[in-house]
Write a protein that binds this ligand. Sequence first.
Ligand SMILES: Nc1ncnc2c1ncn2[C@@H]1O[C@H](COP(=O)(O)OP(=O)(O)OP(=O)(O)O)[C@@H](O)[C@H]1O
Length: 353
Amino acid sequence: MEVTFQDITLAYPHQAPTLAHFTWTVPDGELTALLGPSGSGKTTLLNLLAGLLTPDHGRLLFDQVDVTHQGMGQRNVGMVFQDYALYPHLTVHDNIAFPLKMAHVKRAEREAQIRQFAALVRVTPFLQKYPRELSGGQQQRVALARALIQRPAVLLLDEPLSNLDAELRVTLRQEIRRIQQATGVTTIFVTHNQTDALQIADTITLLHHGQVQQTGTGHQLYHTPANLTVARFIGSPRLTTLPFAALAPALPDSLAARFASSATLVGIRSEALLATPTPIPLLTTQTMRLTAQDFLGRDIVSHLRWHQQDLISTALPPLAPGEYPLGLAAPGCYFFAANGRCLWTGGTDHAES
Ligand SMILES: Nc1ncnc2c1ncn2[C@@H]1O[C@H](COP(=O)(O)OP(=O)(O)OP(=O)(O)O)[C@@H](O)[C@H]1O
């Protein structure tokens, strides 16, 4: 089921619109991550989809059918929340059976479907247990089965991994991916966690201040960000930015001249700053001062100073503080205009215009 938000405007009482002329299409059968910081409008979009909110203007289409004024019951949207929301007094079996009972599905058919969906989400051994007897990850899988058994047109997953520890989070991420591929149900996975989005989704839409900043694969958002907001939100450690003017004297003349009047900021990914020689250098070798290193297991985060600017590298070996000749590789560097638009990427996939 393709979902389209068409020119939607929504304002909460006594507030500027949270969404203004918002247009977004969620492709049929894919797992789309809706990624954005707190307050960006994710929950508002989910509530519009579920039928809990009605827009002031614009239309919501499910496969080109206008559902804007349909109630929750008519839309057949499945939802899984961060806090599982299972019925505590019902067994796993009865939790999964609940939507079918409501729909008056006959017992034999119901039992066959419960077996099928319990197997799909791998909770068959727990069918007679109660939610309190299960781990968070197991409960979340039951919640998924309960949402899927009603054959939803669209499945909404609202921060479903937030309450899980790091290890369970990774496992359940893979499980959700597998289950979505097995069922092919159009799924929107809402999260503020870029790692979840990058690992799970076919496509990511990055939302900020109620506006789509960019839609694409994780690779596209990372390597060819549409603007500074995307480049800063995706990637860890966070993108370092310098005034274009600080870097310009060390840039090749043609590049410096071409962007002199349009670029105001340069963004540098931590992996672009390396011990010379760099394969595709953006600058000639520069002497930089290493001030400190953080040892984070496999990664070493190096803190550097260069022309009164702070830089970060994750591509240096363990070194003592001091001066070092370092190179800046073009891939991983971006130029931004004053309005944040990305004008140039140093990678092979150019966002140049
Ligand atoms: N019921 C409400 N009444 C008034 N303003 C609201 C209401 N719900 C949300 N807002 C405002 O709308 C904007 C978007 O909020 P929303 O909850 O959709 O963001 P979010 O991305 O889901 O944030 P979070 O990740 O913190 O849940 C925020 O500025 C918020 O203050």
